[in-house]
Structure formats: structure tokens, C-alpha cells
Design a protein around this ligand. Structure first.
Ligand SMILES: *[C@@H]1O[C@H](CO)[C@@H](O)[C@H](O)[C@H]1NC(C)=O
Ligand SMILES: *[C@@H]1O[C@H](CO)[C@@H](O)[C@H](O)[C@H]1NC(C)=O
Length: 361
């Protein structure tokens, strides 16, 4: 039996949840960011509460994707809500919405094309939002994970780190006529280059001749059952970046961060790691916690692993303590600053409205 006042309270809370949704930040197109290339556009997600000197993460969509699609595909926006970093979502509509990973322009520092366009988006964002130039990162899936290593090689002065899900080494497509799945030269995606670590390292270094600074950290994820971008691209990338960074293989950690995944650690694991995902195809689910922890953006403490399946993200944002009591239907059950019960009475589950408010629905 629900009392009238309890019902009024429930409606009030539902409306509060809806109004906070309505006022929450959203993905927005930026028009005058300084681009000269009409095929590439810029979208940005600036959370309602931006950190002082916010870190900036570029999140790059796969072939056939879009800024909006990739925005919806991972839980990075909800992490941005709680951690205050800014997300840039570049979008290309050329070549079946695949990024240019093959031209010599894109594979050259300040050479032009898509890598230069993305570096320009970063400069625009750093200056407009007073961002932290020492905390600029790139992440991507598939074609976005082919562009990410190029950004690390051609703009190591801009980026502090990258994470790629199901991509290839920097420069891998340099002799191809496109970097789409229908490109006739599939020797890169099929991991048939046969280069040594030294050769891969030389290809990366050639993207910015004369650069003597530190290279960005890299985290590389590949699935063993991928038939489009073959698993050999994991070792090829580890060879490339271990050579560039001067790091050696240290050890493997099996079933990390989840069953069936092997974490491959180079050096002390803070600058280069790979993940081989057994039985996983194209492309590996995005692992937000592991990526943000590798980038040192989670603010210390231990992190638990979680991932987003390509088929549809679910959201969980931690609330305060309180797993020992239950919250009723419609009641608040989580969000930043919340300290009450976090478990919902059966059959309801705690669903995130935004980073600051979760409700038993
Ligand atoms: C591209 O071709 C040049 C010249 O044959 C060769 O040296 C280079 O290794 C090739 N790069 C790739 C990624 O295949
Ligand atoms: C580490 O794990 C990878 C991926 O499973 C495997 O290919 C490699 O042989 C392992 N290395 C060692 C030394 O166990």
C-alpha cells in the first residue's frame, strides 16, 4: 500500500531525475575549431562540472561509426561527469567513415589530413577550456585504434597516452591506398608485415623525425578470434612501442582484468601493456576503468575492472556506502555525494540517471 505522500514524493523524485537529465551536458558539435578539411568534424562533451585544468580525452570511432555512436558506445561520458575531464569526439564521413591511416600526410607530424585535424581539435579545446596540456589522451576502437597509434607517433608532443581496442601499429597502412576494410591491400590488418621490433620502431619514429622527447604510454587490446584485424597486430604494436620506449617484456598476468584475458606487461607496466582477449572477435569491448586507471585519471585507490559490450552499455556509478540496507522503489540509491542505501528492494534495480542521481526502478 503506497500512501499519498509517498506517491507524491516518488513523483517528485522522478521529476527531479528527469529535470537533472534535461539539464545534463550533452554531445555538441563545434563549428569553428580551425579545421580546413571538410570531411572531418568535431564534437565535444564538456561535463556540467569541469575539473580545474581538465584532462582531455579524444575518443575515436570505428569505420562506419560516428561521434554520436561512439559517444553512446562507452561509459566514458559518465566518468567525465564524475571526474571532470573533457571528451572530444572527432567524426569522419570520408571512406566509409574510416579514418585516414594511410596517407603520408596523416603519418607525418604537421603533415595534414586526419591526424592533424585531431591535433587541432586538441589545441582548440586546451585553449578554450584551459585544459591540462600534460594530460591529453586518445582512445579508439578499430579504425579509431588505428588512428590512436598514429597520433602517438606523429604528435608525441601533444599526447600523454593512448589506448586502442582492435587496431594496428602506427604507419602500418603507409603503402596502402586506403585504410578501409575494402582496401585491396590487407597485409596490415591481417598482420602479414613481418617486421622486426626495430623496423616497427623506425616506422613510428619516422612520423616525427628529430623528435627527442618522451613518447606517450600505450595500452593495446586485441581479440584472438578477430578475423578482420588479426591478433598478430597485438605483438606488432607491442614490438613497435617497446622499441620506441626502450622497454622489455616483463611478465604475463593471466585472467586479467577478467577471465580469458591475458595482460602482457612491459617494463614496470606503467607505460606499455597489452591485453590478449581469448575468443573475443572484432572489436574488444571498451574497458573504461582499466584505461582511465592506466592514464592515472581515477585519482588513486584501487580500481575494479568493468567493460562495455559493443551491443549496449550499462551504467553503474558508485554511490556512498550502504549495501547492508535496501532502498524502496523510486528511492535514490546512488550518485556522487549520496550516502544512503545502495541496494534496491526486489525486484527493482539501481539505475543511473546521471553521475549525481541513481534511482530504484
Ligand atoms: C612501405 O614501402 C617501403 C618501400 O618499399 C618499405 O620500406 C616500408 O617498409 C613499407 N611500409 C609498410 C608499412 O609496409
Ligand atoms: C604472454 O601471453 C601472450 C598472450 O597470451 C602469449 O602469446 C605469450 O607467449 C605469453 N608469454 C609468456 C612468456 O608466457
Amino acid at each position: 500500500m503506497v500512501s499519498k505522500s509517498a506517491f507524491a514524493r516518488a513523483v517528485g523524485m522522478a521529476m527531479l531525475a528527469m529535470s537533472s537529465l534535461a539539464f545534463a551536458a550533452s554531445l555538441t558539435q563545434v563549428s569553428n575549431w580551425g579545421n580546413t578539411d571538410n570531411g572531418v568534424s568535431m564534437y565535444i562533451y564538456v561535463p556540467d562540472r569541469v575539473a580545474t585544468k581538465p584532462p582531455v580525452i579524444v575518443a575515436i570511432h570505428p569505420c562506419g561509426g560516428s561521434a554520436q555512436q561512439y559517444f553512446s558506445l562507452t561509459r566514458l561520458p559518465s566518468y567525465a561527469d564524475s571526474l571532470g575531464f573533457i571528451l572530444i569526439y572527432p567524426q569522419t564521413t570520408k571512406d566509409q567513415n574510416c579514418w585516414d591511416c594511410y596517407s603520408s600526410a596523416t603519418n607525418t607530424h604537421n603533415g595534414g589530413s586526419d591526424s592533424k585535424a585531431i591535433a587541432t581539435m586538441v589545441s582548440y579545446t586546451l585553449s578554450k577550456y584551459n585544459g591540462d596540456a600534460s594530460k591529453v589522451f586518445s582512445v579508439g576502437s578499430s579504425s579509431g585504434a588505428m588512428m590512436t597509434p598514429i597520433l602517438m607517433a606523429a604528435y608525441p608532443d601533444v599526447f600523454a597516452g593512448g589506448a586502442g581496442f582492435s587496431g594496428v601499429p602506427a604507419g602500418c597502412f603507409e603503402n596502402a591506398t586506403s585504410s578501409t576494410p575494402s582496401n585491396p591491400d590487407q597485409s596490415c590488418a591481417r598482420a602479414q608485415k613481418g617486421f622486426t621490433a626495430q623496423q616497427w620502431g623506425d616506422i613510428a619514429r619516422a612520423e616525427y623525425p628529430g623528435y627527442t622527447g618522451q613518447y606517450p604510454k600505450m595500452q593495446i587490446w586485441e581479440g584472438t578470434a578477430d578475423t578482420l584485424v588479426l591478433i598478430g597486430n597485438l605483438q606488432a604494436q607491442l614490438d613497435q612501442w617497446s622499441n620506441v620506449m626502450g622497454l622489455s617484456f616483463s611478465h604475463n598476468e593471466t585472467n586479467t582484468p577478467q577471465s580469458g584475458y591475458t595482460k602482457i606487461v612491459y617494463g614496470d607496466g606503467t607505460r606499455l601493456v597489452g591485453y590478449s582477449a581469448a575468443g573475443v572477435g572484432h572489436f574488444v569491448p571498451f574497458h573504461e576503468n582499466d584505461v582511465l586507471s592506466f592514464f592515472n585519471l581515477l585519482g588513486g585507490g584501487t580500481s575494479t575492472s568493468s567493460s562495455t559490450q559493443p551491443s549496449g552499455p550499462t551504467s553503474t556509478t558508485g554511490g556512498g556506502g550502504g549495501p547492508s540496507c535496501t532502498a524502496a522503489h523510486w528511492a535514490e540509491c546512488g550518485g556522487i555525494g549520496y550516502g544512503g542505501c545502495t541496494v534496491c528492494a526486489s525486484p527493482y534495480s539501481c539505475q543511473v540517471s546521471n553521475a549525481y542521481y541513481s534511482q530504484c526502478l
